[in-house]
Design a protein around this ligand. Structure first.
Ligand code: HEC
Ligand code: HEC
Ligand code: HEC
Length: 123
């Protein structure tokens, strides 16, 4: 009634087809970029997960506060005060734009235009 041989061959073909994505991508998946982290501080403006997800919104909020409502209040990290600024805040600790910001942005295909005007650290 049942043809065992054909069922087994069918199953083998099925399993191979279903696992094609695994075989096909073997060794080609991209690994996350190696970021050069600051050595002069242990923590960022916000917890790392939040920074990863929200640093763009944070920078926009700061810019609006400083430029539009003249709110220049400082951000205190580990007892040290930093102004709400791209250059005088982020880049004070993340001194390498190339090995930090750019590495992750290149990986994620993001091209922030901020550096058209703001000065990047000299590297
Ligand atoms: C006081 C120093 C300091 C300042 C100022 C600072 N950072 Fe950080 N940042 C750090 C440190 C230290 C880490 C790594 C923390 C860790 O790995 O636990 C970090 C981590 C990050 C990460 C996460 C990286 C990862 O591992 O994925 C992002 C994104 C980031 N910072 C962006 C910014 C931006 C944008 C600004 C400005 C708004 C900024 N940082 C300001 C010290 C700073
Ligand atoms: C861990 C990875 C990572 C690191 C490190 C990182 N970024 Fe980003 N950044 C992103 C991603 C992903 C986006 C795009 C997010 C989106 O489009 O929602 C982004 C977007 C931005 C934007 C908004 C760009 C736009 O066109 O909307 C700015 C500004 C920015 N990053 C600044 C920085 C600065 C400054 C640093 C270094 C201090 C930095 N980022 C480090 C991942 C990172
Ligand atoms: C067309 C030029 C230009 C571009 C592009 C630009 N900015 Fe600015 N930004 C300015 C000017 C001008 C000021 C006001 C500086 C002042 O008042 O001292 C400013 C102020 C700021 C401030 C507040 C104070 C300071 O000195 O940092 C932040 C934060 C900021 N910009 C972030 C950004 C971010 C993030 C981007 C990219 C998403 C960006 N800017 C793109 C010109 C620019």
């Amino acid at each position: 009634m049942y043809d065992r041989g054909k069922i087994i061959i069918g199953l083998v073909i099925f399993v191979l087809l279903v696992t094609i994505p695994v075989w096909y991508n073997r060794g080609t998946t991209r690994t996350a970029p190696e970021l050069v982290k600051p050595t002069n501080a242990n923590s960022c403006v916000l917890p790392v997960e939040e920074m990863r997800a929200k640093h763009m919104q944070l920078l926009n909020t700061w810019r609006d506060e400083v430029v539009r409502t003249s709110d220049n209040s400082s951000i205190v990290i580990e007892g040290k005060a930093y102004p709400k600024s791209l250059q005088l805040n982020c880049m004070e600790c993340h001194t390498s734009k190339v090995n930090f910001c750019d590495k992750c942005h290149d990986y994620s295909s993001v091209r922030p235009y901020c550096w058209d005007c703001h000065i990047a650290p000299v590297e």
